[in-house]
Design a protein around this ligand. Structure first.
Ligand SMILES: [Zn+2]
Length: 257
């Protein structure tokens, strides 16, 4: 299993982050396929289970959480948010274990439907909560995962002054990471189970040229919009981990790779 010198240095440099990012070697000259499953909404049980399944394979998961969700009470953005969410005690613990914990809005508003100034206020409130609650958070080193993958060119331009990257609507197959890559497209599916769609999307992607697939997942089993079976996630990571030229990475380690 090739963990490159660069990866090793990065892992050492990450201090308390103990889990490998999943730095599989990739054949020089061969195809390189990066896969990011980008889990939104921060359901408590799903997030814990997702992290455990990734850890089984020495991988870091990518979990995007809503800043005020643990305080909002019954004021839900929509019916697909009706399950208990984690709080920043859990997010800090998962981050310590090497998982990527990133912002997914302040209250899950559709920012593309708001006046730009209101959208900016909500993003700034989201950043404030993350600064206060998540250890070692720095927006300029983070990816902002837009609620509903909804953004406007003006908002995206402004987000560029705040964040290292954004995940929003667009082609789910992104180029391989390069310096300055900021806007990541993704695909998503729902509200029913994503299992078949996810497998088809990955098979299609792996049969194609090099690239970086970002698939926006949500909860596990019966939770959230477009749930994914935990058993399928386990099998998938097992299968992908054994494939040459395939890397399963969260966003920031992918951008650094
Ligand atoms: Zn969401």
């Amino acid at each position: 299993m090739g963990i490159t010198r660069r990866n090793a240095i990065r892992i050492l440099g990450a201090g308390s982050l103990g889990v490998l990012y999943g730095g599989f070697s990739h054949p020089r000259g061969g195809n390189r396929h990066i896969i990011t499953l980008s889990f939104d909404d921060g359901f408590e049980k799903s997030s814990i289970k997702t992290a455990e399944i990734y850890e089984k394979y020495g991988l870091s998961s990518c979990i995007n959480v809503i800043a005020n969700a643990h305080r909002r009470g019954s004021d839900l953005p929509d019916e697909y948010h009706r399950w208990p969410v984690g709080d920043f005690t859990l997010w800090n613990e998962l981050k310590r274990r090497g998982h990527e914990i990133m912002p997914h809005g302040y209250r899950h508003a559709n920012l593309a439907e708001l006046p730009l100034e209101e959208a900016k206020v909500l993003v700034n409130k989201c950043i404030d909560v993350f600064n206060e609650e998540l250890a070692d958070f720095r927006a300029e080193e983070s990816v902002f995962n837009l609620p509903y993958n909804a953004s406007t060119p003006e908002l995206e331009e402004w987000l560029g002054t705040k964040f290292r990257a954004i995940r929003t609507r667009g082609d789910a197959v992104n180029p391989l990471p390069f310096e300055g890559l900021f806007r990541l497209g993704c695909t998503s599916y729902g509200p029913e189970s994503i299992d078949d769609h996810l497998l088809e999307t990955i098979d299609h992607f792996l049969a194609g040229p090099s690239g970086w697939l970002v698939y926006n997942t949500h909860g596990l089993d019966d939770k959230g919009w477009g749930p994914l079976s935990s058993g399928l996630l386990d099998e998938l990571l097992d299968r992908l981990g054994g494939m040459d030229g395939v890397e399963v990475l969260p966003v920031i380690p992918a951008l650094d790779s």
